[in-house]
Design a binder for this molecule. Structure first.
Ligand code: KIV
Ligand code: ZN
Length: 391
């Protein structure tokens, strides 16, 4: 059976850029947008045009620069916001306005100080107004994660009737459990009249480390768009990480979902975003972290050297990482030592390896990691370098 397409909506340049200290200028945003286009994302959320003249300009320039992806501009359910977003998107080949309003009791009562009836009225007015500028209108129900499903369904129904093409169901505060979020999407699929006319989108924040799991629960229950960012950057603990959801769908064919993303670009795009934003990627970050394909304990190293798949569920080449690395530390075993010596041109005999190993451990206990230079030094000290070269 052919797999179902899941649209990848990248919001690195909007939600991602909300990270304190990560602001980008227009040329940097255009550079990243062009790479996102090559990566094969379906939608680029380029910014929040009314928020500043700089952001307006960036959205305009991104619209001019990219050809294939839809370019999306964010707005609140406020007429002026929508007009400015429409204006910023005027050069887009495929423009989309993303408009919406809070729907949880907390948003309705405290942030907006209004009523549920008024929220529905504002939903309809915002979507209808956005339709005057573009055909493609995405509606977000902010804090949908904490909104009761019955009311959320009413809001979604009203948005679709007004012309929304995509319904975004954000877990704005990252509160939902995966089964809860999945059940919410299922509920909407089953209870919203006209739901077949719109695509349901996930937009999950990572406050409890569940953004990726929640997004996957969403698509497993019928959502067909995931909103995500490179390296999972975004407000507070961040958004769903693009590289994680894409690789989950690739590595689990039984989900029968496909994104069409050029996964070989994931590592380089991660490095580009990290560099331009000045935001370090944690070493143990899934898929793109420095240690994602590094093995340092003796038991794992032995397994990987014999057969990579013993401890790796992905081929590093598939995400643009050259190869797995065998890191030498005081936890490494003989197999790893012999492997790394071979990599620097020293083929050890069993006797030589037995002689070298205790010396290696002595040095490894004094250092975090043994690099090639250290290795040469110990080998030379043991008189092994010359012997090995002449082997
Ligand atoms: O997290 C959120 O609810 C958002 C919306 C503005 C889409 O970012
Ligand atoms: Zn968000």
């Amino acid at each position: 059976m052919a797999s179902d397409k899941v649209y990848i909506f990248d919001t690195t340049l909007r939600d991602g850029e909300q990270v304190p200290g990560c602001k980008l200028n227009t040329p940097e945003k255009v550079e990243i947008a062009l790479k996102l286009e090559q990566l094969g994302v379906d939608i680029i959320e380029a910014g929040f045009p009314i928020s500043s003249p700089g952001d307006f300009k960036s959205v305009e320039e991104i619209c001019k620069a990219v050809n294939d992806p839809i370019v999306c501009g964010l707005s609140r359910a406020v007429m002026k916001d929508i007009e400015v977003a429409g204006d910023a998107l005027k050069f887009a080949k495929r423009p989309r306005i993303h408009t919406g309003i809070g729907t949880s009791d907390s948003h309705v009562q405290y942030k907006l100080r209004t009523t549920r009836e008024k929220i529905i009225e504002r939903t309809v007015a915002a979507v209808k107004h956005a339709k005057r500028f573009v055909e493609d209108v995405e509606f977000y129900a902010e804090d949908a994660g904490r909104t009761d499903n019955e009311f959320l369904a009413k809001v979604c129904e009203a948005a679709i009737k007004a012309g929304a093409t995509v319904l975004n169901i954000p877990d704005t505060t990252g509160y939902c459990l995966p089964e809860e979020y999945g059940a919410k999407i299922k509920y909407l699929k089953e209870h919203v009249k006209g739901i077949h006319k719109a695509i349901i989108s996930t937009h999950c924040h990572n406050d409890l480390g569940l953004a990726t799991a929640n997004s996957i629960a969403g698509v497993s229950n019928g959502a067909r768009q995931i909103e995500c960012t490179i390296n999972g950057i975004g407000e507070r603990a961040g958004n769903t990480s693009l590289e994680e959801v894409v690789m989950i769908m690739k590595q689990h064919p039984r989900l029968n979902l496909d994104t069409g993303i050029n996964t070989k670009m994931l590592k380089s795009l991660s490095s580009l975003v990290s560099d331009r934003m000045g935001m370090v990627v944690q070493a143990n970050k899934a898929i793109v972290g420095e240690n994602a394909f590094a093995h340092s304990s003796g038991i794992h190293q032995d397994g990987v050297i014999k057969k990579r798949e013993t401890y790796e569920i992905m081929d590093p080449a598939d995400v643009g990482v050259d190869k797995s690395s065998i890191v030498l530390t005081a936890r490494s075993g003989r197999a790893a030592l012999a492997f790394r010596c071979k990599e620097i041109g020293i083929n050890l005999t069993k006797v030589e390896l037995d002689k070298l190993y205790p010396e290696f451990l002595k040095m490894a206990d004094t250092k975090k990691e043994i690099d090639d230079k250290d290795l040469m030094i110990i080998c030379e000290r043991m008189g092994l370098f010359v012997n090995a070269i002449t082997l």
